[in-house]
Design a binder for this molecule. Structure first.
Ligand code: 13P
Ligand code: SF4
Length: 304
């Protein structure tokens, strides 16, 4: 079956099932093309919470579909590839987090949304890369536990005088980008600002002209007067960057910036998920309620 036929079948099934297709900015190009909405983790959580559709087809990784199920329990959430996980989210378990909490009694836990629903349920508040600074600044406590991304945590620690107890997790995809490679690219392309995601190693973040979430990159590159950019995040971001800025050039900082989990979902998988209405991701109520509290606290913080 051609991609065009598959896309037409998906569109028809979405209508038939009263479903909305949400795709993360790192998805394969053809999946982003057929999506109703593309966005970063924050934008997609908000869409999941407010959509009128009965079914949410989440093209992303497992924790994102869980967030949709937490925020919209009355809807059916489909994750076309159940094996699309996030290795960083898997670096923190409930038991290990409880152990850390017991070492710092009374210290609140700020958890990056790249985490399981069960870990969110153990947390005081969530954040995404788009709102992490605001979330931490909104807290009155002088000390926080930040999990699971040590790179995002050390980046936002710069913007507050709070004491951070960092979990030692990281994104294997972003961690593959080495500072030496970025330095060489910057020397070879002095006109091109280097824009990176805060999941990159702090030595890479230090070299950045701008640090932001995936959606932040679309805004920055669109508004910037520069004509060329060095991009330090997962390769999937290039599709929309190029489409929205046909007159600009985007240089991916490394060919290693590919998240295998984000690349699993194909058009065939989306079509099959809609045909058979599975795999479904459903967070049980005893986890959903406390996890929702942490997500709601985050969503209550005003955005720009
Ligand atoms: P965003 O929050 O920027 O969408 O990033 C999510 C993610 O998984 C980055 O690796
Ligand atoms: Fe997880 Fe990194 Fe993949 Fe994002 S890019 S889903 S943080 S492994």
């Amino acid at each position: 079956m051609t991609q065009e036929t598959l896309k037409a079948d998906i569109k028809a099934l979405l209508k038939e099932r009263n479903a909305v297709l949400l795709a993360h900015n790192y998805m394969r190009d053809e999946v982003q093309e057929v999506a109703d909405i593309t966005g970063d983790s924050l934008a997609l959580s908000i869409e999941a919470a407010k959509t009128d559709a009965e079914v949410i087809v989440f093209c992303g990784v497992h924790f994102m579909a869980e967030s949709a199920s937490i925020l919209a329990p009355e809807k059916t959430v489909l994750l076309p590839r159940l094996d699309a996980g996030c290795p960083m989210a898997d670096m923190v378990s409930v038991e290990a987090l409880r152990e850390m909490k017991s070492q710092f009694p009374g210290v609140p836990v700020v958890t990056y949304v790249n985490s399981s629903a069960a870990v969110k349920a153990e947390s005081d508040i969530c954040c995404t890369s788009a709102n992490a600074v605001k979330v931490v600044q909104s807290m009155s406590e002088k000390e926080i536990i930040f999990a699971p991304d040590r790179n995002l945590g050390s980046y936002i620690a710069r913007f507050t005088d709070k004491k951070f107890h960092l979990w030692e997790g990281y994104c294997p995809t972003h961690e593959r980008l080495r500072p030496e490679v970025v330095k060489e690219l910057k020397q070879a392309n002095p006109d091109a600002p280097f824009v990176c995601h805060p999941e990159c190693n702090p030595k890479v973040v230090e070299l950045a002209d701008h640090v932001c979430s995936t959606t932040g990159m679309y805004d920055y590159c669109k508004k910037s007067g520069a004509k060329r950019f060095i991009i330090g995040t997962e390769a999937g971001i290039l599709w929309r960057l190029k489409r929205e800025n046909p007159d600009k050039e985007f240089i991916l900082a490394s060919p290693a910036l590919i998240c295998p989990n984000m690349k699993l979902t194909s058009l065939e998988d989306v079509c099959e998920a809609l045909q058979h209405m599975k795999p479904v991701v459903k967070v049980p109520e005893d986890i959903r309620i406390p996890a929702k509290r942490a997500l709601d606290r985050m969503l209550a913080i005003p955005r720009d």
